[in-house]
Design a protein around this ligand. Structure first.
Ligand code: SAH
Length: 661
């Protein structure tokens, strides 16, 4: 017998039978329902205590004895149809469904509806229907009911509920003038017009809030009233709410993603733990349930390839070593969330016997002239030392600048130095010419070298053009990311599926933002233009909390306070939804009204590796039309800074215009 089964038996004996409750059908039902499944994870050990427990939305799961007592007072028969008001955790609904034919249950908090529905579905209850709405109005479409039970205390017995009782039906409701103290009333409908009322004693329930209950200004309206709803109310209705990342079930998100080949996961800052954790959770599900074979991230190719070798079991974990990821901004990858994620990837790959199906880890960025040059030369030394010699001379053109490549751009522009374009292109061409010969040895190593040579070619152009026009170098960088992604897709096979982790400003469609007016595009736009509905773009956002960021390029990492969002921003609207965490789908027809109302351009915040709260409006907000940027948006009202693996950051000199995104 499991620990919980044991506890359940004890609960039935000491909390119920000992108090005189002897209805065998009810005790049997209580024994059949795993109460621990309905209790928040952190409280699971108290599941069988003789008390109510807190659940999301400041509500409670009722004390077990009360659930048993009320169920017994309903005098249920197996063929009964039961209406419950106040689904809460869904626990009482499950107990009712063990005894009666069909249970209909209504809850006013969407977050509770979503989680109860999921738990009940997971436990296999097919005779329970959960609805979001005001239960004081009953459920006229499903009436009449043989029994109605209200799990919250109201000021009076609502007439609408009495009218939805079948003749002979029983209604149980806590009634009291005090918000938290009530008498449990049982109403029995004896004929069309006659009702009998009994008082079953004192109880304490959370308040019943609604048209025929207590008033509450934040009470939400049913979906049919969407037109007159405020935007935050609409978002509330259209979203999937969740208490914590651990509790979130991804089934619906995975349905929305469907057969997409590419899933692009954004972030509103490079230093917030929730964004990393959520992306890891989604990516794991995509790998396990949808056959994704690669994760492509906003890191340099050679750094990411160290992780790739680790997760394939070829090398140790680079995040725990000093060299890779030692350049500013170290915390972006060398943090605890990424470490846990890479360990998961390694463990996953260990279970997969064929190397082609193992998950790969790829870097899309191009700030690694020096290590990429080293990698290409190192590769050529092993496969073709003569070509290595030629390549070394050619790359010699760039080597004086590898520690400060921006200087290369400046000096070439002033024509004090020759451009190295021809040299770096020549190395890449040499490599490609001998592709067949080289790849015969070890395809993975050849691919790695080829990508590094490609990176060097693009980085040379990136730095060379940096000083003519800023948009040009931004575009060079995002074009490089897109080309790298294309190479990875081609390498992993024509149908391969890849997850992409980059900042919102890279993965959201640039055409929906003011970047586009500056002539800038990004990988999000390029992906959408090529893959259309085959790519699913998810943006992330937050209102306040802490973030890991530096004040200036190359500066030390600081834990900074994220300012509450600007009044004209999307973030402010999401904050006004008054829900901690949620997913807002923007592509499905169900959300059409919400999407349309969100289309008008507003400010959107982007925090990079730099965060300057003192000039926030100028340095971190831009105009965008959010539903055009993303197919879905994930909100964490409050976020916390990532925990870096090491604190010291080596100084660097590169700059990613404008704010380190
Ligand atoms: N049966 C629940 C206990 C829920 S507590 C369980 O087993 O966990 C009461 C619930 O009633 C709360 O979740 C509260 O949000 C909900 N509630 C209050 N007023 C409501 C109304 N008018 N319509 C629907 N649900 C309501």
């Amino acid at each position: 017998m499991s620990r919980f089964e044991d506890l359940r038996k004890q609960m039935i004996e000491y909390q119920m039978a000992a108090r005189g409750l002897s209805d065998q059908a009810v005790l049997g039902a209580i024994n059949a329902v795993p109460r621990e499944a309905f209790v928040p994870t952190e409280l699971v050990e108290f599941s069988y205590n003789d008390s109510p427990l807190p659940i999301a939305a400041s509500q409670t799961i009722s004390q077990p004895y009360i659930v048993a007592l009320m169920t017994a007072a309903l005098e249920l028969k197996p063929e009964d149809r039961v209406l419950e008001i106040g689904t809460g955790s869904g626990y009482a609904a499950a107990v009712l469904a063990e005894i009666s034919e069909q249970v209909f249950t209504v809850e006013r908090h969407k977050i509770l509806v979503d989680s109860a529905r999921q738990i009940l579905e997971d436990l296999g209850y097919s005779n329970i229907e959960v609805r979001h709405g005001d239960g004081t109005l009953g459920w006229p479409q499903r009436a009449p009911f043989d029994a109605i039970v209200v799990a919250a205390g109201g000021p009076k017995v609502p007439d609408t509920l009495k009218q939805q009782l079948a003749i002979g039906g029983r209604l149980l409701i806590p009634v009291g003038e005090d918000l938290r103290r009530q008498k449990l009333i049982r109403v029995r409908r004896v004929s069309e017009r006659e009702y009998l009322e009994e008082d079953l004693g004192s109880v304490r329930f959370v308040p019943l809030i609604g048209a025929a209950g207590w008033a509450d200004e934040s009470a939400s309206a049913p979906a049919s009233e969407q037109i007159s709803m405020t935007l935050p109310e609409l978002i509330y209705e259209s979203s999937e709410h969740f208490a914590s990342i651990d509790h979130l079930k991804l089934d619906r998100l995975l349905e929305r993603i469907g057969d997409s080949r590419l899933v692009l996961l954004g972030e509103a800052s490079h230093g917030s733990a929730e964004f990393y954790e959520m992306r890891a959770k989604i990516t794991q599900a995509l790998i396990e349930k949808k056959g994704f074979v690669g994760v492509a991230v906003e890191a340099d190719w050679p750094d990411a390839s160290h992780i790739d070798r680790y997760i394939r079991g070829i090398a140790s974990n680079p995040l725990l070593e000093s060299k890779p990821f030692s350049r500013f901004p170290t915390w972006m990858w060398a943090n605890h969330c990424v470490l846990a994620f890479t360990r998961w990837l390694k463990a996953h790959n260990e279970q997969i016997s064929s190397p082609e199906r193992r998950v790969g880890f790829y870097g899309l960025d191009l700030y690694s002239l020096d290590s990429s040059i080293e990698a290409v030369l190192g590769y050529l030394e092993t496969v073709d030392p003569e070509t290595a010699q030629v390549a070394r001379e050619r790359y010699g053109c760039l080597t004086p600048w590898t520690h400060d490549p921006a200087l290369y751009g400046k000096i070439v522009m002033t024509q004090q130095y020759r451009a190295c374009e021809d040299d770096v292109v020549a190395v890449l061409l040499d490599l490609l010419k001998k592709r067949l010969q080289y790849a015969q040895g070890d395809g993975d190593s050849f691919f790695d070298a080829q990508q590094n040579a490609h990176l060097i070619k693009n980085a040379e152009r990136y730095y060379r053009t940096m000083y003519y026009a800023e948009n040009n170098s931004w575009n060079q960088r995002d074009r490089h990311m897109f080309e790298t992604l294309q190479s990875v897709l081609a390498y992993r096979g024509t149908q391969s599926k890849i997850v992409i982790w980059e900042h919102n400003s890279h993965i959201g469609d640039a055409r929906a933002t003011e970047m586009s007016a500056r002539g800038e595009y990004n990988i999000g736009q390029l992906v959408r233009q090529k893959y259309g509905e085959q790519a699913y773009h998810i943006g992330f956002g937050t209102d306040h909390g802490t973030v890991a960021a530096a004040s200036e390029w190359g500066g030390p990492m600081e834990i900074k306070q994220v300012q509450p969002s600007h009044i004209d921003s999307y973030e402010r609207i999401f904050h006004d939804v008054h829900s901690d965490n949620f997913l807002l789908p923007l592509r499905t027809p169900m959300q059409e009204i919400t999407r349309t109302r969100l289309l008008d351009e507003r400010l959107e915040r982007a925090i990079g590796v730099l965060y300057r709260p003192e000039s926030e409006l100028l340095s971190h907000y831009f105009y965008a039309s959010l539903p055009r940027q993303f197919d879905e948006y994930i909100w964490f009202d409050e976020t916390r800074a990532v925990k870096p693996l090491t604190t010291p950051s080596t100084r660097g000199t590169l700059d990613t215009f404008p704010f380190g995104l």
